[in-house]
Design a protein around this ligand. Sequence first.
Ligand code: TA6
Length: 287
Amino acid sequence: MDARADFGKRGGLASLAITTPYSTCELLPEHGAHILSFIPSGESDLLWLSSLAGFAPGTAVRGGIPICWPWFGDDYPRGDLQNHGFARIAPWELDRVEIAGNGEVEVSMSLAPSDWTRSMWPYEFKLEYRIVVGRTLRATLTTTNMGDTTFGLSQALHTYFQVGDISETVVEGLDGVEYYDALDDLKKKCQIGDVMFAENVDRVYIHSGKELFIRDGAMDRRICISKKGSASDVLWNPWTDKAAAMADFENDGYKRMVCVETTNALDDKRTVAPGDFHAMTMEIGVV
Ligand code: TA6
């Protein structure tokens, strides 16, 4: 089967459906450059998307891979701004769709400064997002400082992974890694063994390694998450009360998802000098 890219609609937003010999992927190239799904052949979607997600300009989509940039969480310059920056709700440019000889499909998107971005974050930048769809999904977010002032950068590929049952899911690869517990005044703690989920979890792991695994007992699969340009990971599951408190999150949705986010957060925040750039890459696939 040949690779192809087909334009469509999700709500009022333009969507792009990528088909390759190895997988399919759907994204909203001009709305937050938001990846909605990645389905390797013979597998269920690696990504979780809320059935209550909204698809409208200016609205963050609940699920898939939101881009949190140029700040993660509430690491923003002013108290009146929204969590996780503005990239995920911004209008992006679709720059290129290329089908490689091996059947992989590469999509390039970009976000440029505007009066709107400058009103929140007074810096000149170029933000480029390049994804490669094949046996794995590889996503690279590159920030270039186009101005004459150094700026700080905290960011996340805030990936919502689909799991068969959160109670049969563990995250491997963080044993002995320190983390800040966002549910306990960001107290620094140390992970003992694999991460299991039986309550609300919201943690920033720091100095983490290059590879994590999600072992999904219910779906009998293991997802590998590898990365470059990131030394921190965020693990999040809202559990019952917080899931119920979000209008775009099904009440029992927490049972079928876990966020394992590739980040530059807290101690791993970066600075980008004029003319310099920082690239963060995440690659996901079933092993
Ligand atoms: O990445 C974890 C987190 O920061 C949680 O604290 C929670 O706020 C989650 O992101 C979702 O944030 P959002 O703004 O997308 O509702």
